[in-house]
Design a protein around this ligand. Sequence first.
Ligand code: SF4
Length: 310
Amino acid sequence: MQEFPLPIYDGDRTFLGKKDLVISFYAQRCQFECSFCNLPEASHDEPLSVEQIERQIDWVFDKYANNLDKFRQLSVGNEGSILDRQRFPKDAMEYLLQNASEKLPYLEVLSLETRPEYINREKIIETLQMTNAKKIDVTVGFESQDDYIREVILKKNMKKNIFEKKVKLLGELGIRLTSYVLLKPSPTMSEEDGIEEAKATIEYLYKICQKYNTEIIIYLNPVYVAKGSALAKEFALHKYKPPKIESVLKVIAQTRDLNNIPIYTGLWSENNAETYGDYTYTPNFKLKIKEGIKQFNKTQDFTSLSHFLN
Ligand code: SF4
């Protein structure tokens, strides 16, 4: 009989050509209240002990024991901020990275999902000392360059000046940034406005990262209506239509001139969406384009997509 919580999610994927072991640990819930997000509901209302987290780590490495030598990337989060030491203590991180060093012999990239508040020089240096990965990535939900959308509509509570200081720090330390970008995040946005806003956010991220010499990957998320979220009511009120899969394609195509900036698209709403609430419910949804984008996620070879533009 199992007496410890399991991770909220575990799975494998190919992320930009690398086999990636993805884990979202069960931990104390994220204290932020972004209006579009219902992820905190899956977490615990109290802190978990280090031991409760370590048992989850053991469980995942046991589950994937026969395939561990295939993984080149390890992506970890806790539906919030894995660098928040209150929710994921340093001892648990040490245990995780010790296990990764012993059990993932070909690990190249360690990816940590966190809010920018928890990124600091000391923690990054500690992490560099603990990991055998050649590269560290931090994945941040910046979402939108538009201050009104990000701060008022999405309630991200993420100021640009603080974010940019962290991008600078990452550049200084040689750490890669992956940033979430939302496609069509506002309930009143037209499809075209959604495309333009996602492009503007990608351009902003590209410029900031160029300025500070920080490697960047874009993680594009076509918005889905998250069940029970504060924004779901607004979406319903405005009869919001989720973005079309063609719009994902347009954003990728129209940002190719930014030095072929790598773009990975999140194509799954993981049963978090209202029934009408993701791109698969749009009229004339084209599965072939989704399949082409899935392929592009693996290879970044645009020829898998370009013929859809004709
Ligand atoms: S988007 Fe991230 S920071 Fe905001 S509530 Fe969700 S998990 Fe927390």
